[in-house]
Design a binder for this molecule. Structure first.
Ligand code: TMP
Ligand code: ASP
Length: 247
């Protein structure tokens, strides 16, 4: 793709995997995807070569797919290899996790075998607070913590399930099982709730549909090797989705 020329403003925020810069227009920001990888609330740190480039492209594809399926997102356009232009939103301090198959912290909590199909997609909320390790919260606790209004919590949980029902068949056609994923949402200045953050192997568990091979950040979390190769494999299967792309 030809790089678009959009001037990077000042650094507004630096997270574990991304930086947020001011854009020439105050309604927009530039999000830069880094190669830095962390796990276990930042305890484990590393770099995955070219992760930022792959996740920028993958996230852009997923956001375009979701927008074209009626899910509003913060995504505007990909500017270059590492940067995307997004709407400047106010993040709701909740992480919305959707699970189709038991893995990760659910397995730790319930003792279920990894890979157990759940009877129906399950939604969990965690409160975004690194100091507390993003604790799991009920809707009532999220309300008590002042994270969002009750109708907004209901709305983002519904949107998360809608995202799940769009991504699952799309990925399965590309021989990927969507095990679970984490989403974040924000409010625009006009008060609309949009999907934000990223959708990538950092924030989703993807398993090969035939072999159940892990193709996501669990390879980094568990020192399994082949991390970059797994991210590339997901990118090769998903590709640069545009509305005109073959379904
Ligand atoms: P978990 O099983 O560790 O709770 O993770 C569930 C999903 O959420 C998994 O796809 C990884 C993703 N996730 C993040 O994107 N960020 C996080 O900080 C955590 C803990 C999980
Ligand atoms: N991204 C989170 C962290 O560093 C956790 C994870 O994805 O496992 O801390």
């Amino acid at each position: 793709m030809t790089d678009k020329h959009i001037e990077l403003g000042k650094l507004l925020y630096e997270g574990k995997a991304k930086q947020v810069y001011a854009a020439p227009n105050q309604d927009l920001v530039i999000i830069r995807y880094k190669d830095d990888a962390t796990a276990f609330n930042g305890e484990k740190k590393g770099q995955i070569e070219d992760k930022g480039i792959i996740n920028n492209k993958l996230s852009a594809s997923f956001f375009r797919l979701l927008e074209s399926s009626g899910v509003p997102t913060h995504f505007v356009t990909r500017i270059n290899d590492r940067d995307q232009l997004c709407r400047n939103i106010k993040i709701i301090p909740l992480e919305v996790i959707v699970r189709n198959v038991a893995a990760g912290s659910l397995v730790k909590r319930t003792g279920q075998a990894e890979g157990t199909e759940l009877p129906e997609p399950m939604v969990e909320l965690t409160y975004k607070d690194d100091a507390q390790g993003d604790p799991l919260v009920t809707k009532e606790e999220a309300l008590a913590r002042g994270a969002a209004k009750p109708e907004d919590i209901d709305h983002i949980c519904k949107m998360a399930l809608q995202v799940n029902s769009i991504l699952c068949p799309f990925l399965l056609k590309r021989k990927l099982k969507l095990i679970d994923f984490k989403l974040e949402f924000g409010h625009t200045d006009e008060g609309q709730i949009v999907l934000a953050d990223e959708i990538s192997p950092d924030t989703c568990r993807f398993w090969d549909a035939d072999t159940n091979e892990k193709l996501d950040k669990d390879r980094f979390r568990r020192d399994m090797g082949g991390v970059k190769e797994a991210y590339i494999e997901v990118w090769e299967r998903v590709g640069d989705y545009h509305v005109t792309s073959a379904e």
